[in-house]
Structure formats: structure tokens, C-alpha cells
Ligand binder design. Structure first.
Ligand SMILES: Nc1nc2c(ncn2[C@@H]2O[C@H](COP(=O)(O)OP(=O)(O)O)[C@@H](O)[C@H]2O)c(=O)[nH]1
Ligand SMILES: [Mg+2]
Length: 192
């Protein structure tokens, strides 16, 4: 299975309108950490997922089809400062419906900014997933922003903070394609 064949499937604001999938990998993270860029890098495409210079643009759940009924799901980013409490509530509902209420085999990748490191919101997300027994791994993106990035060091530190094994952490740069092959292999293995 190659991610190069991945196609845009649907953008929805109501997750209930989605059909069931066989398996799906879900991308979550703060706005602007590079979720869309990572998806493009993984699929070897420039504009499959729309990227944005302005944080918080993605308000819909964007679904990409790797092969029939096997998906990559790009969730709207969290932690965007200028959103109303009402919008935050909608976001929460959307995430709950997407991650907990749908029955498909799924795994979540929490994307973080390698330079910023994990934020409280990222750790909250991890705790929440743990509570609901949803498997997750961490992806530290923008490693190119760190001078002479030692990916192993980033992996080690991130694993410590999230209290997970180092094989649950990937260090990548969507911009420079660093670490993307290894991350892609993990996704392909899950979707197989
Ligand atoms: N330096 C650097 N910038 C990145 C990387 N990935 C994404 N960006 C930039 O971060 C911004 C947000 O990217 P986007 O993919 O839209 O983030 P999203 O909101 O999480 O989907 C854009 O300006 C990207 O060019 C990376 O690996 N390195
Ligand atoms: Mg995006």
C-alpha cells in the first residue's frame, strides 16, 4: 500500500455524515503545528491537504482516502486563541464524535511542534485518549527549526514528557522530509 495514491475524500463539519471506514489514522494537534503539511509530505504531494499561514483555518474534519475505506483524518486544530467558548464546545463535540463514537479501527497521532515542545493541551489530549482507551503516538514536527536537530534526543525528551516508550514518538520535518519515511511506514503498517 502506498500513500502516493491517497485522495481527498470529504470535508465534513458533521462527523455523523461519514460512512464507516475499515481503518483510520487520525491527526490531531494544535493549530499551525503542520498537520496538513505532514499529510502532504507523507503522500508525496504539495497540495493534497491545504496548508495555511494563518492559524486556525481548518474548521472541518478533512478525510483522505488511502485506499477504499482506509483513511487519514485531519482534525481541526486546537488551542487557537481567538475562538469563542461556543466554538470550543463545538470542537470538543466534533472530536468526541469522531474519536469515541465511531466504531472503526483507529489510531491517533498527536502532532506537536518540536521547537515549542508539548503544551498542556497536548498532554490533556493524550490523557483524554488514554481514558477512552484509544491508541495514540506523538509526532514532533518542524525538527528543521532546531539547529543540528538530534532526532533521537527529541524523541527521548518527548517520550519522557508524555510518559510513553520511545517507539511511540516520531521526530519529523514536513518541510525537509526528515523522518517522514519512518513515520509513513508506521501508518502503512496500521492501515494494512
Ligand atoms: N519550518 C517548518 N515549517 C513548517 C513545517 N510544517 C509546516 N510548517 C509551516 O507551519 C505553518 C502551518 O502549517 P499547516 O500544515 O497549515 O498546519 P496545520 O494548521 O497544523 O494544518 C505553515 O506556514 C507551514 O509552512 C516544518 O516541518 N518545518
Ligand atoms: Mg491544516
Amino acid at each position: 500500500m502506498v500513500l502516493e495514491k491517497t485522495e481527498f475524500f470529504r470535508a465534513v463539519t458533521d462527523v455523523k455524515t461519514l460512512p464507516q471506514s475499515v481503518a483510520e489514522v487520525i491527526f490531531s494537534g494544535r493549530s499551525n503545528v503542520g498537520k496538513s503539511s505532514v499529510i502532504n509530505a507523507l503522500c508525496g504531494r504539495k497540495n493534497l491537504a491545504r496548508t495555511s499561514k494563518t492559524p486556525g483555518r481548518t474548521r472541518s474534519v478533512n478525510v483522505y482516502s488511502v485506499v477504499m475505506r482506509k483513511w487519514i483524518i485531519d482534525l481541526p486544530g486546537y488551542g487557537f486563541a481567538r475562538v469563542s467558548p461556543a466554538e470550543k464546545e463545538l470542537w470538543k463535540q466534533m472530536i468526541e464524535e469522531c474519536i469515541i463514537e465511531r466504531e472503526s479501527k483507529k489510531t491517533v497521532y498527536i502532532i506537536i511542534d518540536a521547537l515549542v515542545g508539548p503544551t498542556e493541551l497536548d498532554l490533556n489530549m493524550a490523557d483524554w485518549l488514554k481514558d477512552y482507551n484509544v491508541d495514540y503516538k506523538i509526532v514532533a514536527n518542524k525538527c528543521d527549526k532546531i539547529s543540528q536537530p538530534d532526532l533521537n534526543e527529541i524523541i527521548k525528551k518527548t517520550a519522557e514528557i508524555f510518559e510513553v516508550g520511545q517507539n511511540f514518538v516520531f521526530a519529523v520535518s514536513a518541510k525537509k522530509n526528515t523522518g517522514i519515511d519512518k513515520f509513513r511506514a508506521d501508518i502503512v503498517k496500521f492501515l494494512k
